[in-house]
Design a protein around this ligand. Structure first.
Ligand SMILES: NC(=O)c1ccc[n+]([C@@H]2O[C@H](COP(=O)([O-])OP(=O)(O)OC[C@H]3O[C@@H](n4cnc5c(N)ncnc54)[C@H](O)[C@@H]3O)[C@@H](O)[C@H]2O)c1
Length: 252
């Protein structure tokens, strides 16, 4: 199997893209460290992994808190000795609102999970990977990381920051055996997008690609997981600093 004997840490693994990727990486042979804020859904993901014959552990963590990030990194290394793959994926969508009505507290919440969480994850995992001399990091950005999306300017700013953190780190680690790429999903059928159409309708602005995106449907989370597994594997051995769109043509 493509990822046999690999140790993969996945954040935001209790739902959506993170859960589908945990299942895909495990089915490709990786042992998974399932990380989520939500204990119940995180444990459920681990149960699903085990039901399909995979192995792993669950660690509860808020990715925006330093001590929680240090804890999941330390536990992964204590348990399995190394981290080969890091899917730095946890993120939250902002409340849709006209620019001037976005609360300052909402700005702080989005930045703290989507930007600080990604930064802290890389800060501590890259130390481990540097000592090993190998590793693959995949950060979840978004189509909102490469273009503006209406009524979510702060979310878009946070995802542009994920793109910049990815490029900056990739540049520094290119000669150290560590590849760092960003995944940019468009519309994926997950808890995060469940109310998007309704929120746009309430705000009185409907983007031309809604309700069903350009391909007539949203992506299934497993269609993103395929790219995560590819970027994690040696098949992507010459990819670093890439900002990879898996968006069904959304940004066209
Ligand atoms: N769904 C989409 O259309 C879409 C599009 C572009 C980008 N994304 C990005 O993909 C990533 C995954 O989103 P999803 O659609 O699977 O969403 P989701 O809501 O289904 O899953 C996100 C998971 O992250 C966890 N989480 C949230 N905050 C956390 C925190 N502070 N610490 C630890 N875990 C936390 C949640 O508990 C949840 O299990 C996010 O970064 C999101 O911004 C999603």
């Amino acid at each position: 199997m493509e990822l046999s004997n690999k140790i993969a840490v996945i954040t935001g693994a209790g739902s959506g893209i993170g859960r589908a990727s945990s299942l895909k990486l495990a089915s490709d042979g990786a042992t998974v460290v399932v990380v989520d804020f939500n204990k119940e859904t995180g444990e459920e993901t681990l149960k699903l992994v085990k039901e399909q014959g995979g192995e792993g552990i669950f660690i509860q963590a808020d990715v925006s808190k330093t001590e929680d990030v240090q804890n999941y990194v330390n536990k992964a290394v204590e348990t399995y000795g190394r981290i080969d793959i890091f899917f730095n994926n946890a993120g939250v969508i902002q409340k849709f609102a006209p620019f001037t009505e976005v609360e300052e507290s909402e700005f702080d919440r989005i930045m703290s999970v989507n930007v600080k969480g990604i930064f802290l994850g890389m800060k501590y995992v890259l130390k481990v990977m540097e000592a090993q001399g190998f590793g693959s990091v995949i950060n979840t950005a978004s189509t909102a990381g490469v273009r503006a999306e209406h009524s979510v300017a702060v979310y878009s700013a946070s995802k542009h920051a994920v793109v910049a953190l990815t490029k900056g780190a990739a540049l520094e680690y290119a000669k150290k055996g560590i590849r760092i790429n960003a995944l940019c999903p468009g519309g994926v059928e997950t808890a995060l997008t469940a109310s998007v159409t309704e929120q746009f309708e309430k705000g009185g602005y409907i983007p031309e690609e809604l309700p069903n995106m350009r391909m007539g449907r949203y992506a299934a989370p497993k269609e993103l997981a395929e790219m995560v597994a590819y970027l994690a594997s040696e098949k992507a051995s010459y990819m670093t600093g890439s900002i990879v769109l898996v968006d069904g043509g959304l940004t066209l």
